[in-house]
Design a protein around this ligand. Structure first.
Ligand SMILES: [Zn+2]
Ligand SMILES: [Zn+2]
Length: 308
C-alpha cells in the first residue's frame, strides 16, 4: 500500500513584501491565513520578487510549508505576460523579446533554468494570449484553468474561449499540459466579496509522501494532483486504462455531483451523476480528463490521463 496523502496548497498569492504590491498584508500574516484555513503548502508569488520568510520555529509552526517562487511579470508591449515560477532556486525576474510567443518562451526558459516549474497564469487577463500562442511554446508545466482574481475572465466571453477551453485545445494539439486552480489573492483585509481578490477560491491537492519541496514538486511534475474550487476527491486512481473516482461528499448541504469525462477539444465522452465514477480509455483515446461539477457551483479538475 502507498503511504501517500493529499496535501492542499495554493500556488499564487500576493503580499505587501514587494514594492509593486499589490497584496495588502505582510507575508507572515498571509501565511497564517492559509495555515488557519488548513492549507499544507503555499507559494508567496509576488511580482518579480522572491518573498522568503525565515521565521523562528514557533513562527514557522503558524505557517504552511512555503515553497519558494515568484510571479514572473513580463509584457509584450501592452500585453501582460505573467508566469508562475514554482520552486525556483533564485530570482528569475522578467525578460523581453520581439514577439508575444518569444516573450512567453524566454520567460518559461528562465524559470526552467532556475529549477522551477513554469505555470501560464490567467491567459484571459486583458485577453493576453490563447491556445495558439501556448501551442507555439514548449516547456510550461501547467496553466491556470481557474484563477480567483475577479479580473481574469476565466469563463471567456464574446468569441474568446474560457481558460478551460484553451486548456482543451492545447491538449488536443498533443501538448502535455496540466491545469491548476489558484487564488491570485491580494486582499486579506476588510470585507470579502466577489469583486475583491480574496483567498480560498482555487487550490490544488497534491498526492505526495510528505510536505517537502522535493516530494510536492516531484508529484506536481508527474501530474499527481487535482485542481479545485471546492470539490474534493476521496479516491482518484488510474488502474491500467481505467479511471476510478470517489468523491468526498458534502452531506450537510446535500450537494449533488456530476462527473464529465472529456477528450480532445472538450468533446464529451461520458457523463455520470452520483458520488463515484469510472471510465475506461479506449485504444483510440489520445487523452481523457474528468471535471466534477457540484450543485453549488464548485468544481474539481482531474489531470489528463494519456492513452499511451
Ligand atoms: Zn498575474
Ligand atoms: Zn498574481
Amino acid at each position: 500500500m502507498s503511504n501517500k496523502h493529499w496535501f492542499k496548497g495554493n500556488l499564487h498569492t500576493h503580499t505587501s513584501a514587494s514594492e509593486r504590491g499589490p497584496g495588502d498584508t505582510p507575508p507572515e500574516h498571509v501565511s497564517e491565513w492559509y495555515h488557519d484555513h488548513d492549507y499544507d503548502f503555499l507559494v508567496l508569488s509576488d511580482h518579480n520578487h522572491r518573498t522568503i520568510l525565515d521565521g523562528t520555529e514557533a513562527e514557522r509552526a503558524k505557517w504552511p510549508h512555503l515553497i519558494p517562487g515568484e510571479e514572473i511579470t513580463a509584457a509584450f508591449g501592452e500585453v501582460p505576460v505573467h508566469l508562475g515560477g514554482i520552486g525556483t532556486r533564485e530570482l528569475v525576474g522578467q525578460r523581453e523579446a520581439r514577439t508575444l510567443v518569444e516573450t512567453l518562451q524566454v520567460n518559461i526558459d528562465a524559470i526552467e533554468e532556475a529549477g522551477g516549474l513554469a505555470t501560464l497564469n490567467h491567459p484571459n487577463f486583458k485577453w493576453s494570449y490563447s491556445d495558439r500562442e501556448i501551442i507555439a511554446t514548449h516547456g510550461a508545466w501547467a496553466m491556470e484553468v481557474f484563477n480567483g482574481h475577479p479580473g481574469v475572465n476565466n469563463e471567456g466571453g464574446g468569441a474568446s474561449p474560457s481558460a478551460e477551453s484553451i486548456w482543451d485545445r492545447v491538449l488536443a494539439s498533443g501538448r502535455r499540459m496540466f491545469g491548476v486552480a489558484t487564488d491570485d489573492a491580494h486582499h486579506f483585509q476588510g470585507e470579502f466579496g466577489p469583486r475583491r481578490s480574496n483567498p480560498g477560491r482555487g487550490w490544488i491537492s497534491v498526492r505526495a509522501d510528505g510536505v517537502s519541496d522535493e516530494s510536492l514538486l516531484s508529484a506536481m511534475e508527474r501530474g499527481d494532483f487535482y485542481a479545485s474550487t471546492g470539490v474534493k476527491f476521496a479516491e482518484l486512481e488510474v488502474r491500467g486504462r481505467e479511471i476510478v473516482i470517489e468523491l468526498e461528499t458534502e452531506t450537510e448541504l446535500q450537494l449533488k455531483y456530476r462527473t464529465v469525462f472529456t477528450g480532445p477539444n472538450g468533446r464529451e465522452l461520458w457523463t455520470t451523476s452520483g458520488n463515484s465514477a469510472r471510465f475506461t480509455l479506449s485504444r483510440s483515446d489520445d487523452y481523457v480528463r474528468a471535471t466534477v461539477y457540484a450543485s453549488n457551483g464548485e468544481k474539481a479538475w482531474m489531470q489528463p490521463v494519456f492513452g499511451d
